[in-house]
Design a binder for this molecule. Structure first.
Ligand code: ZN
Length: 178
């Protein structure tokens, strides 16, 4: 149920807040690349907030789970920052690049603080925040990443990425002391 609320909330934000995807339906770069760069950066910065929930609220649930989550999110942030930087570099806006990197770095701790403060007053909300983050990420995968993989006829890469990420996570659970 909570996952549904998380997915639903992000879906609602997705329709309310104007944003765009890196490439258009035909797979070519949009002519208005600067606007694209802004909106991609905005979308990525926005989804960093529930990542903060995932990190902080799983730490409250269990410190070893929190550490695991922090490492997993740190790893996934590497390709994510590339996705944000590429259109900005294409429009050659150095200051925009630094600002976007700074804000995306800030969004996660902001999410973590919101999650921590809420749970301080209402401990029962902890599982809600974790489920919200899970729902938000599942929504992004199914609504954004999967259709894009289909558009490029690269579903196998989406599946391969998903399988590899499961193995990386399994490896982390074996390595991180719990
Ligand atoms: Zn992310």
């Amino acid at each position: 149920m909570d996952q549904l609320i998380g997915g639903g909330s992000v879906a609602a934000l997705h329709w309310i807040i104007p944003h765009t995807h890196l490439v258009d339906e035909k797979g070519s770069f949009r002519p208005n690349l600067l606007r694209t760069a802004y909106l991609v950066a905005f979308g990525l910065i926005l989804h960093d907030v529930p990542e903060g929930f995932a990190m902080a609220n799983s730490y409250i649930a269990s410190p070893s789970l929190g550490i695991l989550m922090a490492i997993a999110i740190a790893i996934h942030n590497v390709p994510e920052e590339f996705a944000m930087a590429v259109p900005i570099v294409a429009v050659k806006k150095r200051r925009f690049l630094y600002t976007a990197a700074f804000l995306s770095g800030l969004a996660e701790p902001v999410g973590a603080i919101i999650g921590l403060v809420a749970v301080h007053f209402h401990p029962a909300l902890n599982s809600f925040f974790m489920a919200f983050a899970a729902g938000a990420m599942i929504f992004v995968s199914i609504h954004e990443l999967l259709p894009m993989a289909r558009r490029y006829h690269k579903i196998h890469l989406f599946v391969l990425g998903s399988v590899i990420s499961v193995f990386v996570y399994m490896l982390l659970t074996a390595v991180v002391p719990g």
